[in-house]
Structures are given as C-alpha cells and as structure tokens.
Design a protein around this ligand. Sequence first.
Ligand code: ADP
Ligand code: 5GP
Length: 235
Amino acid sequence: MIPARKPIIYIISAPSGSGKSTLVNELLKLVPNLDFSISYTTRAPRGSEQNGKEYYFVTRAEFERMIRADAFLEHANVFDKDLYGTARRFLKEAEQKVHDLLLDIDVQGAAQIKHKQPEAVSIFVLPPDRKTLEWRLRKRGEDAPDVIQRRLDKAGREIENYDKYNYILINDVLEKSIESLQDIVLAERFGGLGRPLTESEKQIVERAERCRLANLKDRLGPILESFRNPPPAAQ
Ligand code: ADP
Ligand code: 5GP
C-alpha cells in the first residue's frame, strides 16, 4: 500500500499592507491542489467580506467552545483584541484530497505551527521599506490616518520576527513577487517527487533558494533600518 502523502503546510505572514492578500489570491489561481485554510475569527466582517469566504465569523463563546473541543491547530489573540484560529479540519481535508494547505496567519500562529510541525514551510512577506508600506496602506483606502499609524508601529515590531521564517519575500514589483512565491511553493513540492529534477525544475529550485533567509541577509539591512529609525510622524 502506498503511504498517504502528508500535506505540505505553507505559512505566510506579513505586516498589514505588505501585499499578502494580493499575493495569496494570485498564488491560489496559479498553483493546483493548494487549499486555503479559512480561519475562524471573533472580529466583525469588513466591507464585502462574507462568512465562509475570507473567514468564518463566530462569537467569542463559539470560539471558546471550539478551543475546549480542541478544534484548532493554532489560535491567537491578534492585535490584543480579536481571536483568530486555524481549524484542524482543513488539514484533515487537505490530507484526504492529497492537497497542500496554505495558512495566512500572524507571527504567533506561525510560531505555534512551527513548534508542532517543524517541517511546515514559512514565508514572511516584507515591504521594500516603511515609506512604501505607508503608501500602500493609504492607497488601499481602508483605514483612517490613526489606524494607519498604529499599523505602521505594529509592522515595526512584527518585522523583527523575520528571522524565524524559512523564506523572505520582499514584495517590491508585484509580478516578480508572485513568481517568487510560486517558485517557493513548487520547489518545496519537488522534495517529495522521488526522482531527479528536470532542468526547468532545477531552475525553479535555484530561484526559490534566492528567497531563503540566509541568502537575503544583505538586502534586509536597509529594510529593517527604515522601520527601526522612522522619520518623525507628520503633525
Ligand atoms: P495585506 O493583505 O498584506 O494587508 P494587500 O494585499 O491588501 O495587503 O495590499 C495592500 C495594498 O498594496 C493594496 O492596495 C494592493 O493592491 C497594493 N499592493 C500589493 N502588492 C503591491 C506591489 N508589489 N506593488 C504595489 N502595490 C501593491
Ligand atoms: P485581518 O483581521 O486584517 O484579516 O487579519 C489580521 C491578522 O490576523 C493578519 O496578520 C492575519 O494573518 C492574522 N490571522 C488570520 N487568520 C489567522 C489565524 O487563523 N490564526 C492566527 N494566528 N492569525 C490569523
């Protein structure tokens, strides 16, 4: 009997406004057999969000009932306000379908998953610098100026977790970032092929390797610096 293939868990985290949702949406169109884990949250839906599409929106009582029933692979209090969690059932369903699973979760959730499943593949999306992040948050037009300021401050703290991730994706030119993300996902799948790679597969692996944390150290310095020493807030 052929042993069941375990799904690869891909974790993607990023400070708000880095372009994570944009990248994830494009990735899901490009890569077959990759399921998105729809999280449960106690926060209220925003804009056009629909229950069961972006999130399952539940009450705190229901969320706590799920915690007691051990229904979550991980869960966290994000922004010290709302609860968010990844349901175990998505992993089980992916396993049955022989699919892989993509989790869009924060740094706390990523740490919990990596602790339980060290082989999970983690990707941290960074903006090219703080000024660009600020501009993208403004362009998105979803948040008031004080909320944008809070998101920027929080980004500065979140970014310091970059070195806990396997890959770093600096989201500068969108098309290139989508390609890099696809390369990472495919390269990780090649590990399970059990045969020598073709030339084009080897090129994908080579490109994915460029996003490895260890191979990016030089480019990260200026990005981190732009967050560590931001200009004073405009009056
Ligand atoms: P997140 O999910 O990380 O909060 P979004 O995907 O909502 O971020 O992106 C924030 C804004 O930046 C959106 O208006 C999006 O269209 C834009 N954006 C995303 N990636 C890029 C990029 N590489 N270049 C320019 N704009 C981008
Ligand atoms: P938002 O409310 O803006 O959609 O998401 C806020 C943050 O919560 C994002 O960083 C997102 O990645 C994170 N998040 C979404 N779902 C989960 C989850 O299931 N678990 C954890 N730990 N974080 C999540």
